[in-house]
Ligand binder design. Structure first.
Ligand SMILES: Cc1cc2nc3c(=O)[nH]c(=O)nc-3n(C[C@H](O)[C@H](O)[C@H](O)COP(=O)(O)OP(=O)(O)OC[C@H]3O[C@@H](n4cnc5c(N)ncnc54)[C@H](O)[C@@H]3O)c2cc1C
Ligand SMILES: *[C@@H]1O[C@H](CO)[C@@H](O)[C@H](O)[C@H]1NC(C)=O
Ligand SMILES: *[C@@H]1O[C@H](CO)[C@@H](O)[C@H](O)[C@H]1NC(C)=O
Length: 600
């Protein structure tokens, strides 16, 4: 969603970045880093922040984190949940663009990724879901390691996050189950500023039942039905990898965090007669033609550069498809053809409904005074609309059995408790895509997404220059299933919005392209014309027992001294918002690493 430029400049101007005293421990010059550490973590993002914290718990272990973006501390723009939607395209984004997407009528779309400490968790829309138990059991099958099944992984979920009260402190016991939550640093809460449509959505779910049944806590293992959104918000502020795991340990003397610096490649330290390459040395640079520095990791290098950065660095280092790398003049170090393959993401479509109630937040984005008052409330007391990311309620659904979407294919979802589609209910006109908020009127947006897509794409470097963007092809709507599941989600949105409670005041009517798309074929055209993504890419360094890029312990196959810990290792795309899974895998990875190196 984009906020009007006037308000965005207001926001970015008034809330300029004020460096704080705690910046002291964050290094900005390559000359400040040592030549050697026990561990070098590439990318201070979501997973990288967890690893930095856990690996430096033992003060005898030295850790360097290298982050391409800037410090998060002091950047108020990152803290305001409602305005997370305004961050893509700004100085905390890598500003990638996809290749033209055939399934999107040849459109290219922006592809946001966090470029700041905390990575994408610093700029995301905060939704927090671990998905169904099924996801983890499927991962255990694919990796051949029961350590990834839900029974084994639950302790890492408990260790990574905890439930906190919503910003307004009201009693939410009937909308969330504390027994489904843990004790970790990431703060999770249900919306702290209830909106008029929340009640309509939740009460309608309770009355309708069936596919639309009420779910009293999506983090309880059953990921079907409709319920409150849960978000990484505590006391009205964003909780990210940076704020929860990294900033609190900045002052550890055995941890160095270097920002504004890219890892340009990994260097092979193996000497003959060793036949296995060892990629435990990194090359760093602060600008494309600036000097290169090298830092050795005496134990290992951990790639946590995310689904784009990780396969990019692997390929730049000679790890990938031998033939395509040779064509770019990069000598092969390990021939792993699946590096950069298997990219999967969730397509997203905004379905707009015009409503008769003025109980929507549309005017906040239209009227500078109302925007200023809302901002003032957040600044003064961390209350009001801005304590939540837009979208207080959400639903996850299976396409009905017998649906044309499933004809002739195996059900792509992880199991009986896992959905195919998602609907997010937003109390206003949320601009996701090319249609701008109309100057007048009140709206409800129902965002629809396909969460078990079968399309797979890729991330490929196009040159040996580490500062050149790789070619990103998510291959949206590359399969019939993905398009037909989206049509089902559009139909579900229309059908749910005609539930009796909506008719009392809101009286929603489909707006724009949705209004004119009457048949399923026309809805498919609408989806191809307007869909974007929900920024959930995974899979470009897939974990697998057979093939893939990393093994069940997340070590890169055929290479020593190198692990990958981030969303690129996901073997299949989960049917949920992925950040919770990133925290979980990073917590388990920290234990795997400590145990291999006998660190207490
Ligand atoms: C706009 C947006 C909205 C989203 N909304 C949600 C949501 O609501 N809920 C949810 O669950 N998920 C959401 N996601 C997805 C979720 O945030 C990501 O899946 C998750 O944060 C990925 O974590 P990661 O550790 O794999 O990568 P990241 O957190 O992206 O970390 C990678 C880090 O590596 C750094 N890096 C990359 N290359 C280099 C290099 N060469 N040298 C040094 N550093 C490098 C990057 O700057 C970044 O800090 C969203 C993502 C985006 C972008
Ligand atoms: C993304 O664009 C913004 C705005 O132009 C810019 O400030 C930022 O540096 C860009 N990000 C990168 C990684 O170049
Ligand atoms: C919204 O509608 C109510 C009832 O019709 C009215 O009293 C109120 O003034 C309206 N609010 C705004 C901001 O227009």
């Amino acid at each position: 969603m984009s906020i009007k430029p006037t308000f965005l400049s207001f926001l970015l101007g008034l809330l300029a970045v004020f460096p704080l005293a705690s910046l002291a421990k964050v290094l900005t010059s390559i000359n400040q880093v040592k030549k050697q550490y026990d561990f070098v973590i590439v990318g201070g993002g979501t997973a990288g922040s967890v690893l930095a914290n856990r690996l430096s718990e033992n003060r005898d272990v030295s850790v360097l984190v290298v982050e391409a973006g800037d410090n998060n501390v002091g950047n108020v723009n990152l803290e305001i949940p409602f305005l997370g939607v305004a961050l893509p395209g700004t100085n905390v984004d890598w500003n990638y663009t996809t290749t033209p997407q055939a399934g999107f009528n040849g459109r290219s779309i922006p592809y946001a990724r966090g470029f700041v400490l905390g990575g994408s968790s610093s700029i995301n829309l905060l939704s927090y879901h671990r998905g169904s138990d099924d996801i983890w059991n499927r991962w255990a099958d694919i990796s051949g390691d029961d350590g990834w099944n839900w029974r084994s992984i639950e302790k890492y979920y408990m260790k990574s996050s905890r439930l906190v009260p919503p910003a307004d402190g009201r009693d939410v016991r009937s909308y969330v189950d504390p027994r489904d939550h843990g004790y970790g640093p990431i703060e999770v809460s249900v919306p702290g500023f209830p909106l008029p449509i929340d009640d309509i959505v939740l009460t309608s779910a309770k009355r309708l039942g069936g596919r639309f049944a009420f779910n009293d806590d999506f983090n309880g293992g059953n990921f079907l039905g409709i319920g409150y959104m849960q978000s990484t918000v505590g006391e009205g502020e964003r909780s990210s990898g940076a704020t929860a795991y990294l900033n609190p340990v900045f002052d550890r003397s055995n941890l160095d965090v270097l920002v504004n610096t890219r890892v340009t490649k990994l260097i092979n330290t193996a000497r003959p007669p060793n036949s296995t390459p060892a990629l435990n040395k990194v090359e760093l640079a602060q600008s494309s033609n600036g000097p290169r520095h090298q830092v050795l990791a005496s134990k290992e290098v951990i790639l946590a550069a995310g689904v784009i950065g990780t396969p990019q660095i692997l390929q730049l280092s000679g790890v990938g498809n031998k033939n395509t790398l040779r064509a770019l003049g990069i000598p092969s170090v390990a021939d792993l053809p699946e590096v950069g393959e298997n990219l999967a993401d969730h397509p997203l479509l905004a379905n707009y409904f015009e409503v008769q109630s003025n109980g929507t937040w549309d005017d906040v984005l239209r009227n500078g005074d109302v925007f200023g008052q809302t901002m003032g409330r957040w600044q003064a007391e961390r209350q009001g609309l801005f304590v939540d990311s837009p979208g207080n309620t959400v639903g996850f659904f299976k396409v009905p059995s017998g649906s044309p979407a499933l004809r002739g294919i195996q059900d792509p979802s992880s199991g009986s408790k896992s959905p195919h589609t998602e609907l997010i209910f937003v109390d206003g006109f949320a601009q996701f895509g090319s249609v701008a908020q109309p100057a007048e009127g009140n709206f409800v947006t129902v965002l629809s997404a396909v969460v078990s897509p079968t399309s797979r794409g890729s991330v490929k470097i196009v040159s040996a220059d580490p500062f050149a963007s790789p070619r990103i092809n998510p291959n949206f709507f590359g399969t019939n299933f993905d398009v037909l599941a989206m049509v089902q989600a559009i139909n579900d949105a229309v059908s749910f919005m005609s539930a009796p409670l909506w008719q009392q005041v809101f009286k929603p009517t489909p707006f724009g392209d949705l209004a004119t798309a009457k048949t399923d074929a026309a809805k498919a055209d609408f989806a191809r014309l307007r869909s974007v993504n929900i920024n959930h890419p995974v899979g470009t360094a897939k974990m697998s027992a057979k093939g893939g890029v990393v093994d069940a312990k997340l070590k890169v196959k055929g290479v020593d001294g190198l692990r990958v810990v981030d969303a690129s290792i996901f073997p299949v795309i989960p049917e949920c918002h992925p950040q919770a899974l990133v925290y979980i895998i990073a917590e388990r990875a920290a234990d795997l690493i400590k145990s291999q190196h006998r660190i207490q």
